[in-house]
Design a protein around this ligand. Structure first.
Ligand SMILES: *Cc1c(COP(=O)(O)O)cnc(C)c1O
Length: 425
């Protein structure tokens, strides 16, 4: 029997996480399915940011580094993120961007590999990894005389030959929403003698992650996606404690120094993850990020990440089922795995023609997803829909698919205004 709008409303009424939606400002008549790209704004953020600006900066001025806890903010927010990714307290800092943090941990991993296993000069990653990860790796390989090898997911195990220093993967693929088995892949990398580096950009706050149980070596992740930290929010970085003190990372700024206010001419790294900080950190952005992370931690009282995960899978299952029931015959394909164990918190549809314009027509109707360009038959153009269980409900899913059905049926996506590309897709 087909799903109805009433069914969806009934599921919202029974949803124990429903109240969390009130933590966010969601514009009227909007179904926001792009929280995997820029999380919605927490209602607490404007007042908190205003307080940091007017009271902490305006009134308390430079004393705020001490009296308002500014100096400790990267570690304080890092500890909150640590709870979401299976990391011990004191092993995560919220700092810099994902790209910059990746540069730091990859540099450290190259140092470690060169010291312990000098013959290993290759790094393996996925061809469809997020481009900035690949660009950073490519540039660093050039600097250090390493080689970057890009493979398809099913080729990873065989690519792990004895010359591989690092396996660098993104846990949930940004294009397809496909999720790696973190413990199994990490074990495979270690059996092959390689270090394991995970990018959690589409995982932190979206799916349960346990870096400690998986015994990973390095991880980075993003603050402005499922952590709802705001545009350009600081990212985070984790290094397994067994490695953290072994090497400096090359961006050895004074915030990573053991005693920055002794102003010594020589560098002495702080112990542990603190050495992964570089320069002075953005307090206004860190305050907004803390508001965002707190929205995810607010689910703790309602079952935490496990409950969020259950709802996320229910939402993506519903979306897939409704697209199947209501949008058949329009040439849509599904790029996201049906297997729950292999699915993140997004659903990606493929269409050979018009994917960008369909997304634009949906946005004009208030259904906000995004488009990601493909480059061949295996990596096709994608219509991408992120489902943040904190603020997306089952009725939202219904309306999103109904708009998609109308856009396809009417052919309105063929109108010229939906076919002009913007700078940011
Ligand atoms: C979003 C994302 C990034 C973003 O990196 P920035 O440095 O914040 O621009 C990096 N890697 C992955 C896998 C992402 O999904």
């Amino acid at each position: 029997m087909n799903t109805t709008l009433q069914d969806c409303r009934a599921r919202d009424a029974q949803d124990p996480l429903r109240a969390l939606r009130e933590l966010f400002h969601i514009p009227n008549n909007t179904v926001y399915l792009d929280g995997n790209s820029l999380g919605a704004m927490p209602r607490s953020a404007p007042a908190r940011v205003a307080d940091v600006v007017t009271r902490e900066w305006g009134a308390d001025l430079i004393q705020s580094w001490n009296t308002n806890g500014w100096f400790q903010m990267p570690g304080k927010v890092g500890d909150k993120i640590a709870r979401l990714i299976g990391a011990a307290p004191g092993t995560v800092v919220a700092t810099d961007s994902t790209s910059v943090n990746l540069f730091k941990v990859l540099s450290a991993a190259f140092h470690l590999a060169s010291a312990d296993k000098p013959g290993r000069k290759r790094i393996v990653s996925e061809r469809s990894n997020f481009p900035t990860d690949l660009y950073i790796a490519e540039a660093l390989c050039k600097e250090r005389g390493f080689e970057l090898q890009l493979v398809e997911p099913e080729e990873i195990a065989t690519a792990l030959t004895p010359d591989v220093a690092v396996l660098m993967l993104t846990h949930v693929n940004y294009r397809t929403g496909a999720m790696h088995d973190m413990p199994a892949v990490t074990a495979t990398a270690h059996q092959a003698g390689a270090l394991m580096l995970w990018d959690l950009a589409h995982s932190a706050g979206a799916v349960p992650v346990d870096l400690t149980a998986a015994d990973a070596d390095y991880a980075v992740g993003c603050g402005y996606k499922y952590l709802n930290g705001g545009p350009g929010a600081p990212a985070f970085v984790w290094v397994h404690p067994r490695h953290a003190d072994r090497f400096w990372q090359p961006l050895a700024g004074w915030w990573g120094h053991a005693t920055p206010f002794e102003f010594t001419p020589d560098y002495r790294p702080a112990a542990g993850i603190t050495r992964y900080q570089c320069g002075t950190q953005p307090m206004i952005s860190l305050a907004a990020l803390e508001c965002g992370v707190d929205t995810v931690l607010a689910a703790d009282a309602l079952g935490g990440m496990a409950a969020l995960r259950r709802k996320s899978l229910a939402l993506t299952d519903l979306f897939i089922a409704l697209v199947h029931e209501r949008c058949d015959g329009h040439g849509l394909g599904l790029a996201t795995p049906l297997d729950h164990a292999q699915r993140g918190s997004q659903v990606c549809l493929t269409k050979d023609e018009g994917a960008y314009a369909i997304v634009q027509a949906l946005i004009a109707r208030g259904v906000i997803g995004d488009f990601r360009a493909g480059d061949d038959q295996r990596h096709k153009d994608i219509l991408r829909f992120g489902f943040t269980p904190l603020y997306i409900g089952f009725e939202d899913v219904w309306h999103a698919v109904e708009h998609l059905r109308q856009v396809l049926q009417s052919g309105e996506w063929q109108r010229p205004e939906f076919n002009t590309k913007h700078a940011v897709t």
